[in-house]
Design a protein around this ligand. Structure first.
Ligand SMILES: Nc1nc2c(ncn2[C@@H]2O[C@H](COP(=O)(O)OP(=O)(O)OP(=O)(O)O)[C@@H](O)[C@H]2O)c(=O)[nH]1
Length: 553
């Protein structure tokens, strides 16, 4: 990684505290990712939506106050590492003496994250050696230099490069999945098929878990859900025979990829291993992937070693990363077993399986978000035309409730809020409680939008001007008139913010929304029964003008 990118990365969290959306864009630019401009706008739009939401108190707290809450995924490790950087504040270069204490913090943070001891030892050794031996670059703070060394070493520790699935040169690619009970094997079968389908591959699932009848039903249901055929012969036949016959059928149907689900056990035992060996012999898989649960920490890494020694595997799939606040498994698997993590599961939904990118993971561990995954998710759910249309609307101050709903749905399709937030630099410190609150708030807003007429959604001005309409929306959605009023103000605030950002990005003068904010605050405190209040309900003339696209500014 170049020095400039380190600087960009290091400054991203600070910038994000001021403006997460800007930081996302800046990170993309500075790090020289070839992200198309309209996607950047989409990202900015999504981020600004979040910014405008009243549900992120941490994002709009007063100037100078810090975010004080912990990250969800890998939060413990991120916080531990932060204390290491802080110890170097004020130093002018990295020396053996001044990095001793930060290195102790890093060591402690890694051990607390359940990274295996030999891995921690060699990591600390290597970071120390590289940090002390490096000349501090002009304009780079020593703590930033250390962050860079730690980042590079974390990437190496997790395998350096992304490890892609290998496909057979001819005939179906066979992926054999193994793993202990309950780690998420059956779910991964379907998630993987869903992922491969998106790549344009045809798939078939083979139900070779004959010990748990429910596993066959579960696979059949999930197969239907993702639109992939499931081959099964019930529980009487031997798994190796089922796998062989399934493969024969897949060949006859010219299926690209066959995924074999096998039985799990509570712990490693001889019977499971010999059965797996038999299935492996029967289908000669291209990939043998061990599914492990991230929450088991370094235990997952030793399981990968054991399975590799006994049956020979090609890689691991790490599930339940969404519930793992420590990170020991992700950091130990490659180093301990020499086998790469190929995919990670980050939730229960079919779309919650992603390739494992060591560099992105390192950035998340360092609290710098995962801009690329965020952009990719946005690209998946936002079509180019939608993004361009949205941009036009933002520029002409026509962003309406339909766009609001569309974006809310796009965000929902991107996965849970916590995942999205975790991907934005500097935003990994939003608490789960704040995220839940945000989700609740969106639902609350949606319920009011759902009862609006088509015209009202398209032209929110008519709602702002008619107290009758607001009353009706309030009544139909079971909310108060004031809540409907607030929602309308919020939409216009959003317009204002988006325009402001667009203006800033294009070097134009940006409209001042502070006035609008003040008037809203004043409105909240205004006594009922004033002339203006009677005319516009709880909205004022100044708000309305601001809403109509800053006509008077
Ligand atoms: N939060 C979360 N839950 C997951 C993930 N992957 C799987 N699960 C859940 O874990 C539970 C067990 O998953 P299964 O797919 O049934 O596990 P299995 O390994 O096939 O279990 P056996 O067939 O008993 O060996 C289910 O409730 C899944 O929804 C993940 O990445 N995140």
């Amino acid at each position: 990684m170049e020095a400039t990118s380190t600087l960009a990365l290091s400054s991203a969290p600070a910038a994000a505290r001021r403006s997460p959306a800007k930081a996302v864009v800046a990170s993309c630019h500075l790090r020289n990712f070839s992200v198309p401009a309209f996607h950047l706008r989409t990202v900015r739009g999504l981020a600004s939506r979040a910014l405008s939401s009243p549900s992120f108190p941490g994002w709009r707290r007063k100037k100078g106050s810090g975010l004080v809450v912990r990250a969800e995924m890998f939060g413990q490790l991120t916080t531990g590492l932060e204390s290491a950087w802080n110890k170097l504040r004020g130093a002018d270069k990295l020396t053996k003496d001044n990095i001793a204490e930060p290195m102790r913090d890093i060591r402690r943070a890694l051990l607390e994250a359940d990274v295996s001891l030999p891995v921690v030892r060699s990591f600390i050794e290597s970071v120390t050696e590289k940090a002390v031996g490096t000349d501090v670059l002009q304009g780079v703070q020593p703590e930033q230099q250390l962050v860079k060394v730690v980042n590079d070493e974390l990437v190496q520790l997790m395998g350096g490069e992304v490890s892609d699935l290998v496909f057979a040169k001819s005939g179906p690619t066979v992926i054999l999945l193994a793993g202990l009970q309950g780690v998420g094997k059956t779910t991964v079968c379907a998630k993987l098929a869903f992922y491969l389908k998106k790549m344009g591959k045809s798939c078939m699932l083979i139900a070779a878990d004959v010990y748990r009848p429910a596993a066959i039903d579960q696979l059949t249901i999930l197969g239907k859900q993702v639109g992939v055929p499931v081959y099964s012969e019930g529980i009487e036949e031997k798994p190796s025979r089922i796998a062989k016959s399934g493969l024969k059928e897949a060949k006859s149907k010219k299926t690209d990829v066959v995924i074999v689900d096998t039985a799990g056990r509570l712990q490693v035992d001889k019977a499971m291993m010999s059965e797996l060996k038999e299935v492996k012999r029967a289908v000669n898989p291209t990939e043998v992937l061990l599914v492990v649960d991230a929450m088991t920490g370094q235990e997952a890494a030793s399981l990968v070693s054991t399975f590799n020694a006994q049956i020979g595997i090609t890689g691991a799939i790490l599930t339940k990363l969404d519930g793992d606040s420590r990170g020991g498994a992700a950091l130990s698997i490659k180093e301990v077993s020499r086998k790469p993590i190929k995919f990670v599961g980050r939730g229960e939904r079919m779309e919650d399986l992603e390739p494992f990118y060591p560099d992105r993971m390192a950035q998340r561990i360092l609290g710098m978000g995962d801009v690329l995954s965020f952009v990719e998710k946005a690209q998946e759910v936002m079509h180019q035309e939608d993004a361009e249309e949205l941009q036009k609307k933002i520029l002409s101050a026509k962003f309406n409730f339909n766009d609001f709903l569309k974006q809310t749905q796009a965000i929902a399709q991107m996965g849970s809020f916590s995942r999205i937030i975790g991907m934005i630099p500097g935003m990994n410190k939003v608490t789960p409680a704040q995220i839940r609150e945000a989700e609740k708030n969106l639902k609350f807003m949606e319920s009011m939008i759902n009862v609006m007429t088509i015209e009202e959604r398209e032209r929110p001005e008519i709602l702002a001007e008619s107290r009758e309409r607001r009353r009706r929306v309030a009544k139909d959605s079971g909310k108060t008139e004031q809540q409907v009023g607030q929602l309308i103000v919020q939409l216009f605030q959003m317009r204002a913010r988006m325009q402001k950002m667009m203006g800033a990005m294009q070097g134009k003068d940006s409209p001042d929304i502070e006035g609008l904010m003040d008037s809203i605050k004043a409105e909240d405190q205004a006594a009922a029964g004033t002339g203006k209040r009677r005319k516009y309900g709880n909205l004022r003339r100044r708000d309305l003008d601001a809403m109509r696209g800053f006509r008077r500014r």
